[in-house]
Design a protein around this ligand. Structure first.
Ligand SMILES: Nc1ncnc2c1ncn2[C@@H]1O[C@H](COP(=O)(O)OP(=O)(O)OP(=O)(O)O)[C@@H](O)[C@H]1O
Ligand SMILES: [Mg+2]
Length: 231
């Protein structure tokens, strides 16, 4: 490749627009927000969608508990043990599982997904996100983005709790039931904390009735029909 001379460089004053970014890619940046009970199949579906998108030449990235709760939204103990935060600082910046911290967790995830989507990626988020107002707030920051609305696709993984509880791969339902039986409670969604289903999700998927492949096809078809993935 020959060197680029300064006389060959043209630039716009100001910032790069969403249209310019999208022109580069066969896709429009968007957030696909998977919500549902623990064990409903959110992560399974999100990583399968990511894999198929990447195979088809689309840039996608899953935000999940693993990469968020140990990084951006790490708890006080992780911040103290692995980052050397002093106790007071760790408490101030770390996120635990109180109602306020759960809300802040979802707020930050919404902001990060929005940035990824604004950069042109398909951001796939996989969190229980049980409260409607928190999910609606995430939707709102996308739709009211200053430089133009960013698509927000809410996927309700509405697998019945009986099925989630039977699969229970992390043993969390059992723990929660035992805690309730012992009169302690755990604040676990679906057991002793509410799950508020989306009023108008763009998609719903029941993993007790449909295979992962069917779910992937449903999400991909939706993205294609909305023109968010192309080619
Ligand atoms: N469509 C499906 N058909 C059959 N089994 C499935 C399907 N989707 C997911 N599963 C199984 O259900 C279990 C829960 O799935 P997964 O871990 O994806 O749930 P999750 O919603 O991400 O839960 P959590 O909120 O706890 O992270 C896993 O054992 C997974 O293999
Ligand atoms: Mg998961």
């Amino acid at each position: 490749m020959s060197d680029i001379k300064p006389t060959q460089v043209f630039y716009h004053a100001g910032t790069v627009t969403r249209e310019e970014r999208q022109g580069l890619l066969k896709q429009t940046g968007a957030t696909v927000w998977f919500t549902g009970l623990s064990g409903s199949g959110k992560s399974t579906l999100a990583v399968a969608v990511e894999q198929v998108l990447i195979q088809r030449g689309h840039a996608a990235y899953v935000l999940d508990g693993d990469n968020i709760r140990f990084g951006l939204n790490a708890g006080p103990k992780i911040l103290a043990d692995t980052r050397g935060y002093a106790e007071e600082q760790a408490k101030r910046f770390g996120l635990g599982f109180s109602a306020a911290d759960r809300e802040e967790n979802i707020r930050r995830i919404g902001e990060v997904a929005k940035l990824f989507a604004d950069a042109g990626l398909l951001a796939l988020t996989s969190f229980i996100s049980p409260y409607r107002k928190d999910r609606d707030a995430a939707r709102k920051i996308h739709e009211q983005n200053k430089a133009g609305a960013i698509p927000f696709v809410e996927v309700h993984v509405n697998t019945p709790i009986e099925c989630c509880e039977q699969r229970d791969p992390k043993g969390l339902y059992k723990q929660a039931r035992d805690a309730v039986a012992a009169g302690k409670g755990m604040g676990f969604t679906g057991v002793d904390d509410p799950y508020e289903p989306p009023a108008k999700p763009e998609l719903t998927f029941d993993a007790s009735k449909h295979s992962v492949e069917e779910g992937v096809a449903q999400v991909l078809n939706y993205l294609q029909h909305r023109g968010l993935v192309r080619g």
